[in-house]
Each structure stands twice: as structure tokens, then as C-alpha cells.
Design a protein around this ligand. Sequence first.
Ligand SMILES: [Zn+2]
Length: 287
Amino acid sequence: MNTKIFDMVTELIKNCRLPHAILIDSGNADDRDELALYIASAFLCQSDVPCGMCKDCLKLKNGTHPDVIIFDPEDKKEKTFKVDFVREIRADSYILPNEAKCKVYILKNTDKMNASAQNAFLKTLEEPPSHARFILLCESRAALLETIMSRVTPFNLGADDHRITDEYALKADELAEKLAVALTEVTELNFMRLSSAFEKDKDLFSVTLTSLQLIFRDAVAVNAGSNITLSHHEDTAKRLAAKFPLKTLIALVENTEHLFDCINKNANKNLLTTRFCSILRNTAYGG
Ligand SMILES: [Zn+2]
């Protein structure tokens, strides 16, 4: 299991910053489920951090909590996540919770929604009932519309999780920090040099990009006046926040999304590296 993501989520829980709509993708299905249940317990638990002992935690653990709705089209022997299912979920989300402070929807295989199902779901994400929480699970975010992605906070469990050791994650995290620093430099030499590591290793790209996106998110938070950072690279986030206007920082977060798409769709590693450099440099410096 990707412990780094768990730590990151725990940090959000402790700071009461858990977003109302979350996407968990990549990794394997068991790990996605485990993280989704952990987040659900954080939403429901009567303590600040999931205690595992209160009425809500116990019911969740036993799979009997009436305010946790787990939906998987495969349970209905359907290959796609149909627009009808989305409408049912939307209608249900307006009904008040039975006993907990909120209702948690864990939706699996959301990448099996076609465009019309996603557009129907978008309405719910745009104006969610105040008691509703959504946790979307899927193998790959590449199939999701940008409008959906802009409404959820994504957690990538890693492209090929079993291969990602702590050492590997640390290497990627360090590389992400160096890239973020290099992005603040006007000449692009260092940024290009560091990016060349991806040419040989596509997995490294995906793990590094996850860390880099978190640093960008932190920079957005810092720029907007928050003291809480999640990436463990507070100084770098502050450096970015001082260098770029908020608009640019938000664009950097959004454009790293495009790059996740590229990883999933594009097998050409050299092209990927080139695209990475041009997208992020152009976002930062125009062009
Ligand atoms: Zn509890």
C-alpha cells in the first residue's frame, strides 16, 4: 500500500481539510477500496481522526452503515456506469442522512461513465447537497472529463504500485522538489536536464508528477494565505508562491492533469518528456 498517500490523507483529516469530492485512481482495486473506506470513516467518525471504535466506525467496518452507499456497476452485471445510475445516486443524495452527520458515496469504476453520464454527474458535483460526500474510484483518470477532474481532489495510488518501494517514492519526491525549484529559474536548462530522467523510466514520471502536483497545490494554498502544506516541501511551495501569481499556480495544477492523461495514453517516452517540459515551462512563463 502507498503509505505516503495514507499519510497525506491523514494530514488532511487532522487539519479538517478533507475535500467533499475525492478521486482515487491507479494502484490496485484492494488498495483503492482500503483508502476509500479510511476516508469514509474520517467523514463519519465522531472523533476528529477515525477512531475505529465509535458506532459509525464499527458499522462502516461491518458494512452495515446506512449512510454509506457503495455503488459498483459490476455488481449489477453492467459493463458501463450508466446515466440512469448517476440519476439514482443524484436523487438519493438529496435525502438526508439516516443517522450520521453526512452521507458517503463510494462510486467504483467511474471511468466506465460515458460523456453523458459524466455530465449528469457533474451537476451533482457542482452543487452537491451539503451533507453529501463523494469518493470516486477508478483505474485511470484518463477517461474522465476535465470538468469532472476540476471538481475533485485526486489521489493517485501509483501506476504500478507493487514496484514502487519507499526508496523509489523518495527518489521521485526529491526529483519533484528539484523540478519545482528549477521551474522558478528563468533559464530552462536545469529543468530540461532534470526531466531527462523520465526518458528511461515512465513509472518515475508518474510518481514524480504526483509529488510535483502536490507541491503546486501547496503553492496555491500558500499564495491564498494558508499555512498548511501537505507536500513536506514547504520552502519550495513558498518559493513558487512568491514567484508566480495565483492564476499561474492554478494553471500548473491543472496542466499536470493533462500530463497524467499523456502517461495513460501515450507510450512514447521521449515525446512525454518533451511535452512535460513545454507544458510546464509555457504555463509558468507564457509562450
Ligand atoms: Zn469512530
